[in-house]
Design a protein. Structure first.
Length: 197
């Protein structure tokens, strides 16, 4: 049995399903909601690249990609993955995460992270969960820090962006001993009353 197996995770109206080619149209629509592929610091596919994006996710051996969907309607809201999975040390990273503009700044990302982290720490018994993001993706860095992850450092000249420039990568991690407090904080954020702006 593999360390990380395909699984469906669900809570609070959000369902994570193993990503498959059948999600192509929904993922394309989610990316079009905000034209997310135009953002310099993300890996969101252009509409004509969506199928190749899914195929790459499915063919990457140390990655388990999810379609993040609305539990009732099945509408695809975005995607997230376990990646850089290292069974020997029980480590996974969470990444390749993006959401339709209409799902951003809602409970969707917090719920998805709660589901992924709960699965990682409580089912897979991971010792550490990591994240990485572009040094100029300040929104992503703030979101990861809000989760309670610790900044491990910056890997300079680490990866290519789609525009051909070389990015520095900011690395974060959360250890198993830190999970109970982080879980309590995520549940607090999800349960607090939301006020209309």
């Amino acid at each position: 049995m593999a360390f990380v197996e395909p699984v469906t995770l669900e809570a609070r109206g959000v369902r994570l399903l193993p990503l498959e080619l059948a999600h192509e149209a929904g993922l394309k629509a989610a990316a079009a909601d905000g034209e997310l592929w135009k953002l310099r610091v993300t890996s969101v596919p252009e509409p004509h690249e969506t199928r190749a994006y899914i195929e790459t996710a499915l063919q990457t051996g140390n990655r388990l990609a999810f379609a993040v969907t609305h539990a009732d309607s099945g509408k695809v809201l975005g995607t997230s993955s376990f990646h850089d999975i290292v069974p020997a040390i029980k480590r996974v990273e969470i990444g390749y995460t993006w959401y339709a503009a209409s799902s951003q700044r809602t409970h969707v990302n917090t719920t998805a992270k709660l589901l992924l982290l709960t699965h990682a720490f409580e089912t897979l018994a991971c010792h550490v969960v990591g994240w990485r993001t572009d040094n100029f993706n300040f929104a992503s860095q703030r979101a990861i820090e809000r989760l309670g992850a610790k900044k491990d450092g910056v890997i300079r000249g680490h990866a290519l962006r789609r525009d051909g420039t070389i990015r520095d990568t900011v690395m974060y991690s959360l250890r198993a001993g830190e999970w109970p407090e982080v879980k309590a904080q995520l549940l607090y954020l999800l349960n607090r009353p939301r006020h209309a702006d």
